[in-house]
Design a protein around this ligand. Structure first.
Ligand SMILES: [Fe+2]
Ligand SMILES: [Fe+2]
Length: 262
């Protein structure tokens, strides 16, 4: 493949309708400024903070999102199950049980470049039926020869597990980006083998809450140790993501954070 340069804009967990509106409002400007070849968005919290619906997924695709990834809230809304089976470009973690709805890899094409995407779940503190570190090899096997670049969205809680997966895949994929904790980390870099890595890209949603939840409710839960109703905060929305630039197949030249107020 000859490539003059391509880039992937990856945007972290879209939280609620405010997160969706923030994404839709900022995406045209980001396209103009960075001209990304691909836009990949984690949408696991797009439906009121938990899960995603077919209507929201359709809206994201209509806005030009190439691939939607998910995570531990993938199955919160039952109406998405059939959609996950029927739509190639929306992924749930690859290492879930094989009989759960949906699939964990896809390939999309833009400007003559083929991007493979893998959605993967951590095994620490999250329920994923199969082990991430061995199953990702199977996922990459599925993509072999079908993609010029591969991006892995590692949806995981523990920083150690995420850092380890970055090293495990260094030199084998274009990018490993972490999601799920909703707080961006300051460790974005290209690893020695050429894989762009960040432990967590953050979320697209209300920074004025507690990882998306109204702060008063989250605090009350910690204070009282009682069950609290959790609503999505609408305080101080931001978009958080990363831009990965490449000039060679399966390698990144640079990764930079994209963190913007609505
Ligand atoms: Fe999330
Ligand atoms: Fe999550």
């Amino acid at each position: 493949m000859s490539e003059t340069g391509s880039s992937i804009l990856f945007i972290g967990d879209v939280v609620g309708s405010l997160g969706k509106r923030t994404l839709l409002a900022l995406l045209p400007g980001l396209r103009e400024r960075h001209e990304p070849t691909f836009v990949v968005v984690n949408g696991e919290n797009a439906a009121g903070g938990l899960g995603i619906t077919p209507k929201i997924a359709d809206e994201l695709f209509a806005a030009g999102v190439d691939v939607i990834t998910l995570g531990n809230h993938a199955y919160h809304r039952k109406e998405i199950y059939g959609y996950l089976d029927d739509h190639v470009e929306i992924l749930r973690p690859y290492n879930y049980l094989r009989n759960q709805p949906g699939h964990g890899t896809c390939v999309v094409q833009s400007e003559g470049v083929r991007l493979g995407v893998v959605n993967l779940s951590g095994n620490i503190f999250l329920r994923a039926g199969r082990p991430a570190f061995t199953e990702v090899d199977a996922a990459l096997g599925e993509l072999e020869g079908r993609a010029d670049h591969v991006l892995v969205d590692f949806h995981a809680e523990a920083t150690s597990e995420k850092v380890a997966l970055g090293w495990h895949l260094d030199g084998r994929v274009t990018a490993v980006v972490g999601t799920h904790t909703h707080v961006p980390t300051a460790d974005a870099r290209v690893l020695p083998g050429g894989t762009a890595y960040i432990t967590d890209v953050g979320m697209t949603g209300p920074r004025g809450g507690v990882i998306g939840v109204r702060k008063e409710q989250a605090i009350r839960g910690f204070v009282t140790h009682m069950n609290e109703r959790f609503d999505t905060s609408d305080d101080d929305p931001w978009l958080m993501g990363v831009l990965v630039r490449s000039t060679q197949p399966m390698k990144a030249d640079a990764i930079e954070q994209v963190i913007l107020p609505a």
